[in-house]
Design a protein around this ligand. Structure first.
Ligand code: ADP
Length: 269
C-alpha cells in the first residue's frame, strides 16, 4: 500500500492560472517526502489536493488507496500549517484533544479518560508535558507549533501533511523542531508530505526531495537522500548537519532547483 498517489494532476484556477501541470507524486508508507520550489510553484496547491481541501482540474489523487475525499472523511491524515492555529480559549491539552472530541462520542467517561491519556502521551512526545494546562498565548511560537504537531497526531494518522510548519520560527527553534519531527516519525512510523522553502530543511528531514519548477508547477527532479532513517538522523543531530554527505545532497537539490525551467507563464492570468 502507498500513502499517497497523485497522477497527472493539473490544477487551473479561475482566470487561467495553471498552478499545477501534470504532476505525478508517490509517497510510500512511512516515507518523508519534501516538496520544494520557488514561491508560487504550486506546493501548497499540491498539498491541498492531497488533503482534499481542493480538487484537481484533471488527474487523480489517492490516499492509502482510497479517493482523497474518503481519506479526509476517515481522518487518515493529520495536518499542520505555518500558523499553529490553536484555539486561544482552550488549554494546550484541550487543543490536542479537539480532533478526538470532534470524532468520538462526546459524553462517556471512558472516552474522556482515553482522550486525556492520549493527550498526555502526545504532549510528552513533543516535550510539553509540563504545559498541558497553559493557554496557547503563554507559549513561544515554537512551543505552539509543537502543540499543533501533537494535535495533528491525535488520531494516530499514518500520514502527516505539513505546509511550512517551521517557516515562521527562528533558525535554532527550527532545527530543534526538525529533530522533534524526526523523533515523532521514528516513534509513529507516519508518512509525511512536507512543504518547505528551505533546501537544508528538506535534505535534513527527507527520504526524498521533490523539486518543483516555477509556474506552471511541475516536478523537475526527485532526489533520494540516503542519510539514514529518522531515528539515526535525530541521534546524529548537529553532526549530520556537518557531514559531507549532507552537504553533497544540499548542493544536488540546489542545482536541481536552479535547473528548473524559468520560462514565463504560457497562460496569462
Ligand atoms: P506555493 O505554495 O508553491 O507558494 P501555491 O500553491 O500557493 O504556491 O500557488 C500556486 C499558484 O496558484 C500561484 O500562482 C497562486 O497565486 C495560484 N493560486 C493559489 N491558490 C489560488 C486560488 N485559490 N485562486 C487563484 N489562484 C490561486
Amino acid at each position: 500500500m502507498t500513502a499517497v498517489v497523485v497522477s497527472g494532476a493539473r490544477r487551473v484556477f479561475d482566470g487561467g492560472t495553471v498552478a499545477l501541470a501534470d504532476v505525478d507524486l508517490t509517497v510510500g508508507e512511512g516515507e518523508l517526502v519534501s516538496l520544494i520550489g520557488p514561491s508560487g510553484c504550486g506546493k501548497s496547491t499540491l498539498l491541498r489536493l492531497i488533503a482534499d481541501l481542493d480538487a484537481p482540474t484533471s488527474g487523480s489523487v489517492s490516499v492509502f488507496d482510497k479517493p482523497a475525499e474518503r481519506a479526509r472523511k476517515d481522518q487518515d491524515y493529520g495536518i499542520a500549517f505555518q500558523q499553529a492555529g490553536l484555539l486561544p480559549w482552550r488549554s494546550v491539552r484541550a487543543n490536542v484533544e479537539l480532533p478526538m472530541q470532534l470524532r468520538g462520542s462526546r459524553g462517556s467517561r471512558a472516552d474522556r479518560t482515553t482522550r486525556a491519556a492520549r493527550a498526555t502521551e502526545l504532549l510528552a512526545l513533543v516535550g510539553l508535558a509540563d504545559f498541558a494546562d497553559h493557554r496557547p498565548h503563554q507559549l513561544s511560537g515554537g512551543m505552539q507549533q509543537r502543540v499543533a504537531i501533537a494535535r495533528a497526531l491525535a488520531r494516530s494518522p499514518r500520514l502527516l501533511l505539513m505546509d511550512e510548519p517551521f517557516g515562521a520560527l527562528d533558525e535554532m527553534t527550527r532545527e530543534r523542531l526538525q529533530d522533534e519531527l524526526l523523533r515523532v516519525r521514528a516513534t509513529t512510523g507516519a508518512a509525511v508530505v512536507f512543504v518547505t522553502h528551505s533546501i537544508a530543511e528538506a535534505v535534513y528531514l527527507s527520504d526524498r526531495v521533490v523539486v518543483m519548477s516555477p509556474r506552471p508547477g511541475r516536478v523537475v527532479a526527485t532526489l533520494d537522500v540516503p542519510l539514514g532513517g529518522p531515528a539515526e538522523r535525530a541521534a546524529r543531530g548537529i553532526e549530520l548537519r556537518e557531514d559531507p554527505a549532507y552537504f553533497e545532497r544540499v548542493s544536488a537539490v540546489r542545482e536541481a532547483l536552479h535547473s528548473g525551467d524559468p520560462a514565463p507563464d504560457r497562460v496569462p492570468s
